[in-house]
Design a protein around this ligand. Structure first.
Ligand SMILES: [Zn+2]
Length: 403
């Protein structure tokens, strides 16, 4: 059955970044059959169902390409210490920070993780997000890492969303391996990765930082992951530059994320590797960082820029991609066009789903969001307000809200 979605303005975010001021979309089941100016609607298309969009803007369903949204507990007490002047790195060295969430997550059941994480996912879905990446990384032991990944798949099975999972076992050094980071990386490489491959992991991630893992350790992990046919992505250059971007580029990483301390040479390496740079301005804001990512160098070298919520209990305790878009514009100086591509086509590329999602074109998934806005400039303008009024996932309306 063909459905006509009419009377809308459309930003396709596809390779040509087409805009149709008097647009229409025809969907067949879960896929887009046609998109263009309504006046050019092919005469032979017999649509059986018509949905009136009353002049609203239509974009691809948003893609949040970096989240840690499956976790237990919260870290409000740590936030209070940080606002009083203790640094994120100091708290991590004392055994707090990520390890605090590890203790809570290890104690939670799979059902408990799903229940605690669902409201965060639903907050994103209400903002037009139809694809979300979810990392493990609060288990740091085999069973809990696997439980987090299963919880992510259960969230996908019970919500109108496509989930991409990343194994982030190399997020922090678990207490059981204190002083033995190389042994821990060896355990992930030789024992966990081969066993977890059956859980449909979409990528392997790591945290390359002096409070986490070295460039050499990330290199070893990525060598094994790539040999198993897995994609890789990396948290790099967030608090200092320890060479993560170069490792990511060498392994053809899908994305390199944070990048506040990346250099011009790092940007060049990422461009050559076709790696997406993922901007995480909520973490920058929550940690009161001062070092801005090298946006001009990333632009100059042609690195695709994505923007993500980074939803996590420590450095980005929110579940709002729209807020991240606003912060990417206000704090990092991205344009509204960059931010829109950053949560659509480029974010989809960071998850290797760009041939199917993150843009509107014939043959692609019928995932889109309608916005009660006058201008595309309003995406990333509103700060703490959500103008999304309709979401379609795989051709079906899954959310409608009065705006
Ligand atoms: Zn992260």
């Amino acid at each position: 059955m063909l459905t006509l979605w009419r009377h809308c303005r459309i930003a396709t975010c596809d390779e040509q970044s087409r805009v149709f001021e008097r647009g229409a979309i025809v969907t067949r089941g879960a896929a887009i059959e046609w998109v263009g100016d309504e006046a050019d609607l092919p005469a032979g298309l017999r649509t059986e169902h018509v949905i009136e969009l009353a002049g609203r803007w239509l974009t691809p369903g948003l893609v949040d390409c970096h989240t840690h949204l499956v976790f237990a507990g919260q870290r409000a007490a740590e936030f209070a210490r940080r606002t009083a002047g203790t640094s994120y790195a100091e708290i991590a060295r004392e055994g707090g920070g990520i390890l605090g969430t590890v203790r809570a997550t290890r104690a939670a059941s799979e059902e408990g993780l799903v229940e605690q994480s669902r409201p965060r996912l639903q907050s994103l879905l209400a903002e037009g997000v139809t694809t979300v990446e979810i990392k493990s990384g609060y288990g740091l032991e085999f069973d809990t890492e696997a439980r987090m990944l299963r919880a992510a798949r259960r969230l996908e099975a019970t919500n109108p969303v496509t989930v991409s999972t990343s194994l982030l076992a190399a997020h922090a050094l678990p207490p059981e391996f204190a002083g033995r980071a190389d042994d821990y990386i060896g355990t992930i490489c030789e024992d966990w990765l081969p066993r977890l491959a059956g859980l449909r992991i979409d990528a392997v991630d790591a945290y390359c930082e002096d409070i986490a893992f070295s460039a050499a350790q990330c290199d070893r992990l990525f060598t094994v992951a790539r040999a198993l046919g897995l994609n890789v992505r990396l948290h790099a250059e967030q608090l200092s530059n320890v060479g993560g971007s170069q490792v990511a580029a060498r392994h053809g990483a899908l994305s390199c994320d944070h990048l506040e301390y990346a250099t011009d040479a790092d940007a060049r390496a990422l461009a050559r590797a076709g790696t997406v740079a993922v901007m995480l301005p909520v973490a920058f804001y929550m940690l009161a960082e001062r070092q801005l990512p090298p946006i001009e160098a990333l632009r100059r070298h042609g690195v695709p820029l994505a923007v993500a919520s980074d939803c996590n209990p420590g450095s980005a305790p929110g579940a709002s991609l729209l807020l991240a878009m606003n912060m990417a514009r206000r704090l990092f100086g991205l344009t509204s066009a960059e931010v829109l591509l950053g949560v659509t086509r480029h974010a989809a590329r960071a998850l290797a789903v760009h041939e199917r999602r993150g843009s509107l074109a014939a043959g692609r998934a019928a995932d889109f969001a309608a916005w009660s806005i006058d201008s595309l400039d309003e995406l990333g303008y509103w700060c703490g307000f959500n103008p999304c009024s309709l979401v379609a996932k795989n051709g079906s309306i899954v959310l409608e809200r009065d705006v």
